[in-house]
Design a protein around this ligand. Structure first.
Ligand SMILES: Nc1ncnc2c1ncn2[C@@H]1O[C@H](COP(=O)(O)OP(=O)(O)OP(=O)(O)O)[C@@H](O)[C@H]1O
Length: 235
């Protein structure tokens, strides 16, 4: 476990002529909670999809525990996409069945407990859930796996401010502590209390990657303040 969990070397991803990630170099260790932060179109979702193996690098390398994203790495990643991918007719209990069938590291009892804590009935169908409830249900499933890497693309975007803290606590108290959580968001002030590290992306480049303690101690700023400064001056 002394190896880094994620390493990117000169990682580049283009969609046709559009360069979404531009020669990214970074590494992230085990047991970290990392914010992937940046304005719209800065490359956050692209980076997450590369880690999941849903996209492939145009050039450069990306490794998870030394392996290129593929079948082996998919088994240790729990991914919350930016859109719901389940069929509308499914009930909460069907979702739990689906995860039980697909993932050997899924803890069904834990998911049901979380549904209860989040006020989601086991009989509720996706079709009738509000956007925020769908997000909560999906997050409960994702966090009930004992994964090495949790990739959460905008996990709190659709939920009301009062539910955000509850969801962040759900993340904090339910992830496998040897695992790493990487989450993308625009809601920096809401999430920064849970972060160990922040990666700032702009136009497909890493403009800053630091620990939150360093940002606070060296610069006397919150991550939110630093984000606003970087992206106000350089836009
Ligand atoms: N399938 C695609 N085809 C062409 N260009 C794409 C595609 N997907 C993303 N892009 C472009 O790549 C860049 C990075 O997009 P990406 O979705 O990774 O950004 P993001 O930081 O997640 O944005 P947001 O915060 O708005 O979700 C953007 O300029 C986007 O327009």
């Amino acid at each position: 476990m002394n190896q880094e969990l994620i390493t990117a070397n000169s990682l580049t991803k283009s969609y046709g002529t559009k360069i979404a990630l531009d020669h990214i170099d970074l590494s992230v260790g085990h047991g970290r909670i990392v914010g992937l932060l940046g304005p719209n179109g800065s490359g956050k979702t692209t980076f997450i999809k590369l880690l999941c193996g849903l996209l492939h690098p145009t050039s450069g390398t990306l490794k998870i525990e030394g392996l290129a994203p593929g079948i082996e790495t998919k088994a240790v990643i729990s991914y919350l996409p930016d859109r719901m991918y389940f069929a509308d007719w499914m009930r909460t209990s069907d979702l739990a069945d689906f995860f039980t069938d697909f993932y050997t590291d899924f803890d069904r009892a834990k998911a049901l407990e979380m549904f209860k804590a989040l006020g989601i009935s086991q009989n509720e169908r996706i079709k009738t859930m509000s956007k925020g409830t769908k997000e909560k249900a999906q997050l409960a499933l994702i966090m009930s796996r004992k994964a090495q890497l949790y990739l959460l693309d905008e996990p709190i975007g659709g939920v009301d401010p009062a539910a955000r803290d509850f969801i962040l606590n759900t993340i904090l108290t339910n992830y496998n502590e040897n695992g790493t959580v990487m989450l993308s968001t625009h809601l920096i002030s809401d999430i920064e209390r849970v972060l160990d590290e922040a990666i700032f992306l702009q136009n497909g480049k890493v403009v800053r990657h630091d620990t939150v303690d360093n940002i606070r101690e060296k610069e006397g700023k919150s991550v939110d303040q630093l984000f606003r400064e970087i992206f106000t001056y350089s836009r």
